[in-house]
Design a protein around this ligand. Structure first.
Ligand code: DAT
Ligand code: MG
Length: 158
């Protein structure tokens, strides 16, 4: 079995505000391993599939409009032994991202530091290992991840 992965996406506001480097840098500096990365124009089909669990929510049309409003940067991160509260990179990445509502996100998190509104919360992170796999397959349409040997792991974990 392969390591747990999470799909992280810089939303159109993050791209337009010039936060791509800042956001990537936070995961990179934490010690996660980048295994996929792409800038892309989103299609309605992919956006709706990505957020299918929310399709009955009143904010769904606005959410899809937001995600379609400009290019996004999608990436996949592996945790390299990171475990937080018994779970891997998915949970740890969401800790770095912060609460859905940026006004409730702690300072030091991406949303807590860089965003002010739920409807412009700059970044997405998978909410389960299953969704990490599902979203990676969806956004990278079966291209999978790049297998490479990162040499930092023994410097991150005992
Ligand atoms: P998250 O992005 O933290 O995983 P989610 O999966 O519950 O949050 O919702 C996906 C996105 O939908 C979220 O980033 C912003 C939008 N959203 C969620 N709840 C909302 C609400 N109550 N009003 C407006 N937009 C909302
Ligand atoms: Mg979510």
């Amino acid at each position: 079995v392969r390591s747990e992965i999470t799909y992280v996406m810089i939303k159109p506001d993050g791209v337009q505000r010039g936060l791509v480097g800042e956001i990537i840098s936070r995961f990179e500096k934490k010690g996660f391993k980048l295994v996929q990365l792409k800038m892309m124009k989103v299609t309605k089909e992919v956006a709706e599939e990505h957020y299918k669990d929310l399709k009955d929510k009143p904010f769904f049309p606005d959410l899809i409009g937001y995600i379609l409003s400009g290019p996004v940067v999608g990436m996949v991160w592996e945790g390299q032994g990171v475990v937080w509260e018994g779970q891997g990179v998915v949970k740890a990445a969401r800790k770095i991202i912060g609460a859905t509502n940026p006004l409730e996100a702690e300072p030091g998190t991406i949303r807590g530091d860089l965003a002010v509104q739920t409807g412009r919360n700059v970044v997405h992170g998978s909410d389960s290992p299953e969704n990490g796999e599902r979203e990676t397959a969806l956004w990278f349409s079966g291209h999978g991840i790049v297998e490479w040997e990162a040499h930092m792991k023994p410097w991150l974990v005992e």
